[in-house]
Design a protein around this ligand. Structure first.
Ligand SMILES: Nc1ncnc2c1ncn2[C@@H]1O[C@H](COP(=O)(O)OP(=O)(O)OP(=O)(O)O)[C@@H](O)[C@H]1O
Ligand SMILES: [Mg+2]
Length: 380
């Protein structure tokens, strides 16, 4: 019996997305309009489904341009989705906030979750207290003209937390202590350029956590940092996660790092998830030819083996996200397709769904399961 992936939320689910799409329209010239050339889109996120449980560090991996950041931003509604569901666990604090702001109650989906995709842009403010993003670039994401104190106080003022200046001062001091910038007074009056890269990323983390959110999208949070301080920032993030009961969507292109830090992982290719499951399973027993290629590209930590250049089981370049190939979008680069004539007609015509290959481990490739049986399930 084949089983296809369905992001069905349960009690432990913090967030799930179903068939999420974020397309960016390309600019149209006057001639396009005159010639009635239909509008074209960058299919940055092109039908993504996954489910994140309370306490997960859920990895999202894949090469540059595959849509990781856009997925993270869409989930937080920093970018508007084109279609799909973003189901979020309805925390009481969040619902109360909605009511206090005099907003209409949010749309609740079939499972009792808030559908974030349906919230009108003007009603998004309460979400910021609940979900935050840690960006890759600590240089770019801090305002260079504000002191560290002002940077951390700003969200408190916007969300009316701390009724007096003293209260806010205490909250800021505690936030700095939590990220181990101590004594806090030492850092409050500095400007971002007066900190090291690692210290700046600590401020970015403090700012993301100061409103006591539950869900964090961390977008390559250590990739711009010096290798020597990556481990301590990651350790800090994991310590804060345990202490504050956070759940992470952790975006990275580094599978060695993902293995170390995530418990589940989704491998993305050209706007779509091609493999999904517990991190160990996926990395130790990869089933998708693309995942296999990514794993083969991880450098061997043993310096004695560095001279062995491994052949990448992949060909060609990433196609453009504007013209997605029909059928399986990985087909033009796939060596399995070349060597497996009996499934080629499926690869060419139909996008493979995520098919279960072992418990909780799903792969979108026609190599797995009986294609006709799967097609029947897709039609249901
Ligand atoms: N605001 C935008 N307008 C138009 N296209 C965009 C926009 N943001 C992203 N894109 C396009 O969407 C695709 C996915 O981009 P995204 O930044 O999500 O990739 P990524 O996986 O995070 O890449 P990287 O690893 O380089 O950060 C790319 O083709 C990108 O050019
Ligand atoms: Mg990115």
């Amino acid at each position: 019996m084949v089983k296809l992936f369905e992001p069905v939320p349960d009690e432990q689910t913090i967030l799930y997305v179903k068939n999420l799409k974020t397309w960016f329209p390309l600019r149209r010239g006057i001639m396009d309009v005159i010639k009635r050339i239909p509008p074209r889109y960058v299919h940055a996120v092109d039908g993504v489904s996954f489910k994140i449980q309370d306490g997960d560090t859920f990895g999202l991996a894949g090469e540059s341009g595959c849509g990781k950041t856009t997925t993270g931003k869409t989930v937080l509604r920093l970018v508007d989705p084109t279609s799909g569901v973003i189901g979020y666990h309805p925390r009481k604090r969040l619902l109360d906030e909605w009511a206090e702001n005099g907003y209409e109650p949010p749309v609740i989906d079939d499972y009792g979750n808030i559908d974030l995709a349906k919230i009108p842009p003007r009603h998004l403010k309460p979400l910021r207290k609940e979900m935050q993003m840690i960006f890759q670039d600590p240089y770019g994401s801090l305002n260079p003209r504000l002191t560290i104190y002002k940077i951390l106080e700003e969200p408190l003022v916007i969300h009316k937390i701390g009724s007096t200046k003293e209260e806010r001062y205490d909250i800021v001091a505690k936030a700095l202590e939590a990220v181990k910038l101590t004594p806090p007074e030492e850092f409050m009056n500095r400007y971002p350029h007066m900190l090291s890269g690692g210290q700046r990323q600590r401020v970015v983390i403090a700012r993301a956590l100061i409103l006591q959110p539950k869900f964090i999208v961390a977008d390559e949070p250590v990739s711009m940092l010096d290798v020597s301080i990556r481990a301590e920032i990651l350790e800090l993030m994991m310590e804060l996660k345990n202490r504050m009961g956070l759940t992470y969507l952790f975006i990275t292109h580094d599978l060695a790092l993902a293995r170390y830090i995530t418990n589940k992982i989704a491998i993305m290719y050209l706007g779509k998830i091609v493999e999904l499951g517990p991190t160990r399973r996926v990395l130790e027993n990869p089933q998708h030819p693309y995942t296999k290629a990514l794993i083969a590209a991880i450098p061997d930590p043993d310096p004695r083996n560095r001279h062995i250049l491994r052949e990448l089981p992949i060909k060609g370049e990433v196609p453009s996200a504007i013209n997605i190939p029909p059928g399986c979008r990985f087909r033009p680069r796939c060596v399995v397709y070349d060597n497996t004539p009996k499934i080629q007609k499926y690869c060419e015509a139909i996008e493979p769904p995520l098919i279960e290959v072992e418990k909780d481990h799903y792969v979108s490739c026609w190599m797995h399961g009986e294609p006709e049986e799967i097609i029947k399930l897709l039609k249901k």
